[in-house]
Design a protein around this ligand. Structure first.
Ligand SMILES: C[S@@+](CC[C@H](N)C(=O)[O-])C[C@H]1O[C@@H](n2cnc3c(N)ncnc32)[C@H](O)[C@@H]1O
Length: 211
């Protein structure tokens, strides 16, 4: 997602009550940050945040942390939710690569990966957020029984991701080759998903757990 540079974005972000700037100091302390023992679900690459904000509004007994490497996009999220009064949501500006420096072992209950960049060139395979190297990091921060929920419109990325997860220590519980044709599945749309569905594209999803 290309976003225009916003002058002074760092300062603007710091003024948002949802933005956590000292994320490295929160490692192993996220539950005390939220002041409860509720589950913690994170989305890596939240973009403009529609998905996670909807979940936070609908599930006030779950804590949500949105992760995004683009400060500009995070600022868009912050502006959108500033008046929402949600005390179960915060946003942080890190790269997925740094996740184990921000979350302690077993601290997280669920990871959402929605429409992650496909990195189609083979030589960029390690950059895909579903690559085995990332799965090892997710394994560390997820508690036992914790889950990864991955959605994409890219069949190539989906097949690559299934291969990676199947050869990892995670166990795959659900695979959907056409998520929107599944009855009885509750599904919150992301911005990208809405766009792709309107274009008639198929959406793929897997759920995997740390046994
Ligand atoms: C294609 S967009 C999808 C946005 C949103 N999840 C959706 O479904 O509408 C991918 C997002 O992931 C972010 N992203 C890509 N690589 C990342 C990384 N290594 N760490 C954190 N965010 C990343 C991008 O900045 C972008 O906002």
């Amino acid at each position: 997602m290309r976003v225009r540079n916003i002058p002074g974005v760092e300062e603007l972000l710091k003024n948002s009550s949802y933005f956590v700037n000292d994320h490295y100091n929160k490692i192993n302390k996220w539950r005390s940050f939220f002041k409860n023992d509720n589950k913690i679900h994170i989305e890596i690459g939240m973009g403009k945040g529609k998905f996670l904000v909807t979940l936070a509004k609908n599930n006030t007994d779950i804590n949500y942390i949105g992760i995004e490497k683009s400060k500009e996009l995070l600022y868009k999220v912050a502006k959108e939710i500033e008046d929402s009064n949600l005390n179960n949501l915060c946003i942080i500006n890190i790269k997925a690569e740094d996740i184990i420096e921000v979350f302690g072992p077993g601290e997280i209950d669920r990871i959402y990966l929605n429409f992650s960049d496909p990195w189609p060139k083979k030589r960029h395979g390690k950059r895909r957020l579903t690559h085995g190297d990332f799965l090892e990091k997710y394994w560390q921060i997820l508690k036992q029984g914790g889950e990864i929920h991955f959605k994409t419109d890219s069949l190539d990325l989906f097949e690559f991701s299934l291969e990676e997860i199947r050869t990892s220590r995670f166990s795959v519980s659900n695979i959907y080759y056409d998520l929107h044709k599944e009855a009885n599945i509750s599904n919150v749309l992301t911005e990208y998903e809405e766009k792709f569905v309107n274009l008639g594209k198929t959406i793929y999803k897997y759920i995997a757990a740390k046994p």
